[in-house]
Each structure stands twice: as C-alpha cells, then as structure tokens.
Design a protein around this ligand. Structure first.
Ligand code: HEC
Length: 172
C-alpha cells in the first residue's frame, strides 16, 4: 500500500488520515483482545473502524413523543424478555447481583445526557443495543460492570428494537 507522504511531511497539524489510521489500529487491537478471552468465535461480526450506521436516524426520523413511549413500552418490555436482556439487567433500581447496570432509570439517564432531545436519546439507545462497543453506555469501562460484556445484538429486528427503545425511554 502506498504511503500518504504528502500529508505526513506537510508540517500541518495532525492530518486526518493519521487519526483514521490510529482509530483503525485501536479498533483492531480492541477486537483482538475481546476475542482473546472468549471461545475464538468472531465478536458478532461487529464492523471494525468508523462507527457503524444502523439506520437509527431513519427509524427515528420523527422523535418519539411521551405518548408513544407510554403506548409502546409494554411491547418493548416483551422484546427485553424475548432476547433475555434481563439475564444481565434488573429493571428496577437495584442491581440484584446481575452483570449489567440496573435499568430502572436508564430512560432518565439518556434523556439527561441528550438534553431532553428524545430523538437523539432514541438513536443513542438504538445504536447502543446494536453495538455496545461502538456506542458505549454510561457505565462503559466501569470496573463494577466489567464481569461480563454486553454482547452486540444484530439479530433483533429494526421494529423490535424500535419498541425496545420506547421501553428503555419509559424507565425514568
Ligand atoms: C451478558 C450481560 C448483558 C446482556 C445479556 C445485556 N447487557 Fe446491557 N449491559 C451490560 C453491561 C455490562 C453494561 C454496562 C457496560 C456497557 O455499557 O458496555 C450494559 C449496559 C446497557 C445499557 C446502558 C445502560 C446505561 O444506563 O448507560 C443498556 C441500555 C443496556 N445494556 C440494554 C440492554 C438490552 C436492551 C439488552 C438485551 C437486548 C442487554 N442490555 C443485554 C451487560 C449485558
């Protein structure tokens, strides 16, 4: 592969191409270390490199309203059960000795983080469940939750994940 020597030698501040290369290298290292401790299976085919686009901005082209949240939360709760998220997450405020953080206030955390912009909060939650490494939650890197990583969920359908996000937003 030819080197981009023009950029490197131009004397300008750190060229974008170098940042991209560093980012890629870091992602490859992270992926390798993630596979090292496991059974050798690829980590859910999570793409390496720039953050993957799961189309969340299209699915939430219109921001959910609080009425939508109230109406669809129970269906989203069923999706939590179907994919057994509750094996790692309590839905109350106590951890209940599970691996993941309790989700009793997860909607409030995402609403606050995104300044009550429900569209941005929905997109962030959607992306987090699809790929928690690329779109980390609040407790990412917290040693308290380092026991077992949250897997990526490419297998949840878009309509299911949309409902699931409504459930998560309802947890205030
Ligand atoms: C093997 C355990 C495990 C499973 C199964 C799991 N999670 Fe997680 N989850 C975690 C851990 C650990 C964290 C905290 C570290 C992180 O954010 O990566 C987390 C973080 C989260 C967060 C962010 C919480 C916050 O307040 O920032 C959400 C939302 C979430 N999970 C939803 C889900 C959903 C929905 C499912 C099922 C589709 C699921 N999780 C399945 C372990 C798990």
């Amino acid at each position: 592969m030819s080197q981009n020597t023009d950029d490197v030698n131009s004397g300008r501040p750190l060229p974008v191409s170098i940042c991209v290369i560093c980012g890629l290298a870091f992602a490859v290292l992270a992926l390798l270390s993630a596979c090292g401790g496991g059974n050798g299976a690829p980590a859910n085919n999570v793409p390496v490199g720039p953050k993957p686009d799961f189309g969340a901005a299209i699915i939430f082209a219109a921001a959910p309203t609080d009425d939508d949240v109230a109406e669809l939360a129970q269906k989203g709760r069923d999706v939590m059960g179907k994919y057994n998220c509750i094996s790692c997450h309590s839905l109350g405020d106590k951890r209940e000795a599970l691996n993941g953080p309790p989700l009793g206030k997860v909607g409030a955390r995402y609403r606050t983080r995104h300044k009550d912009d429900l569209q941005a909060a929905s997109i962030a939650l959607f992306n987090h469940v699809r790929d928690p490494e690329a779109y980390p939650g609040f407790f990412h890197g917290d040693p308290a939750y380092s026991g077992q990583k949250m897997p990526a969920y490419p297998q949840i359908t878009d309509p299911e994940l949309r409902l699931l996000v409504h459930f998560l937003l309802s947890k205030e």
